[in-house]
Design a protein around this ligand. Structure first.
Ligand SMILES: CC(C)(COP(=O)(O)OP(=O)(O)OC[C@H]1O[C@@H](n2cnc3c(N)ncnc32)[C@H](O)[C@@H]1OP(=O)(O)O)[C@@H](O)C(=O)NCCC(=O)NCCS
Length: 152
């Protein structure tokens, strides 16, 4: 892995155009502009980070803090920046925040066919705790529920 010198920082509303451009490429059913704005303005549980190379947004993460758990809602890295440690750096930032806030675990859903993301999470010590049947649309597909436990 070639770890690039990206910076991980809190997402600002001015980052959203770049984030949405990556989202369109990364997913078959991308979040809409309304969904992104709702995370920013209507959801007090939501927090988000961007990875930047210079001024360029190259990746992002959205999560919710619910009680003593984080739920990872969305993560993507721009295709030409993948496999360079940026996704891992985004998850590590979330874990650092979780440690500071005494979070016990992180959960997420991932498409059952998304083998690259499943490998990614596996490397980061997420493990399968369940399946949500027909969770996804476009195309219809089951979700695996993965969990990461913070060290005691
Ligand atoms: C999943 C994703 C965020 C990973 O980001 P990334 O920056 O490429 O990942 P990293 O470079 O930090 O990878 C860390 C490790 O994860 C594993 N990994 C990452 N991508 C992988 C792939 N395509 N195939 C197999 N393993 C992979 C590897 O073990 C890798 O370490 P290595 O490169 O030293 O072998 C990125 O592939 C992506 O944006 N995918 C499209 C959107 C998506 O599917 N998001 C997840 C929705 S649940």
């Amino acid at each position: 892995m070639n770890v690039v010198s990206c910076q991980i920082m809190k997402m600002e509303i001015t980052d959203l155009d770049d984030v949405m451009a990556i989202e369109q490429i990364a997913f078959s059913a991308p979040w809409t502009k309304e969904m992104f704005y709702s995370e920013f303005f209507d959801n007090s549980l939501s927090f988000s980070f961007v990875a930047k190379e210079g001024d360029d947004v190259v990746g992002y993460l959205f999560a919710w803090e619910v009680s003593e758990e984080f739920h990872l809602m969305n993560i993507a890295v721009a295709p030409k920046w993948q496999r360079q440690g940026i996704g891992e750096a985004l998850i590590k930032k979330m874990c650092d925040v979780g440690t500071d806030r005494s979070i016990k675990q992180i959960q997420l859903e991932v498409r059952a066919s998304n083998t690259s993301a499943i490998s990614f999470y596996g490397k980061l010590r997420f493990y399968k705790v369940g399946i949500r049947k027909n969770y996804y649309r476009s195309p219809h597909e089951d979700a695996l529920i993965l969990q990461y436990d913070f060290p005691l």
